[in-house]
Design a binder for this molecule. Sequence first.
Ligand SMILES: CC(C)(COP(=O)(O)OP(=O)(O)OC[C@H]1O[C@@H](n2cnc3c(N)ncnc32)[C@H](O)[C@@H]1OP(=O)(O)O)[C@@H](O)C(=O)NCCC(=O)NCCS
Length: 184
Amino acid sequence: MLRGDKVGLRARHEDDIPILRAELYDDVVNSSRAEGGPWRPITPGSKDPRLVVDDKEQGSVQFSVVELDGGTLVGTAVLWGIDNHNRSAHIGLGLLPSSRGKGYGTDVVAVLCHYGFVVRGLQRLQIETLSDNFAMLRSAERNGFVREGVLRSSAWVMGEFLDEVLLGLLAQDWKPESKGWSAA
Ligand SMILES: CC(C)(COP(=O)(O)OP(=O)(O)OC[C@H]1O[C@@H](n2cnc3c(N)ncnc32)[C@H](O)[C@@H]1OP(=O)(O)O)[C@@H](O)C(=O)NCCC(=O)NCCS
């Protein structure tokens, strides 16, 4: 498991799947805002790749996010679009509604940076988020991501076009603040 200050990133467990489906992916508005595509229901037992992880898939790495104190599931995190030639990847995360606004998002971004830069040796990490997703923008900027551009009207979300912000962080600009990294 990868550890931050408050949360850990571990493998997806079978027990996580119904919770993530009910609390994250069945939420039409949250899914529409976070996923860059139209919401569709996920049939229980289906092998939807957002929930059921294919360990052989080399282009992305999915995690379940848990509280370090007690191990309660609080969300998902992903390193995706891994490009081993250009040494870049994108990061994404989604927390269960009851776990938002507690600093976990900022901590998840920090742990994903550690995984991307230290474990994977990447040079550049990127995030795309809606321009009104202040919690995501702040979680990224607190970890050193800088705004590189606005993709105007790039996302169709629940009846309207919204802008997305593209943020990037280079390995040499990353300043890990936590001293508590471990892979135990
Ligand atoms: C976006 C998300 C991951 C952020 O995680 P979080 O744990 O809620 O964020 P944090 O508690 O770490 O807060 C980060 C910062 O944003 C601020 N913030 C939190 N919620 C906010 C809100 N609704 N409006 C404005 N600022 C907010 C916090 O005050 C904090 O700022 P600070 O560091 O200056 O104190 C989480 O809210 C979430 O999962 N949202 C739904 C899914 C989603 O949008 N995923 C991202 C798709 S790109």
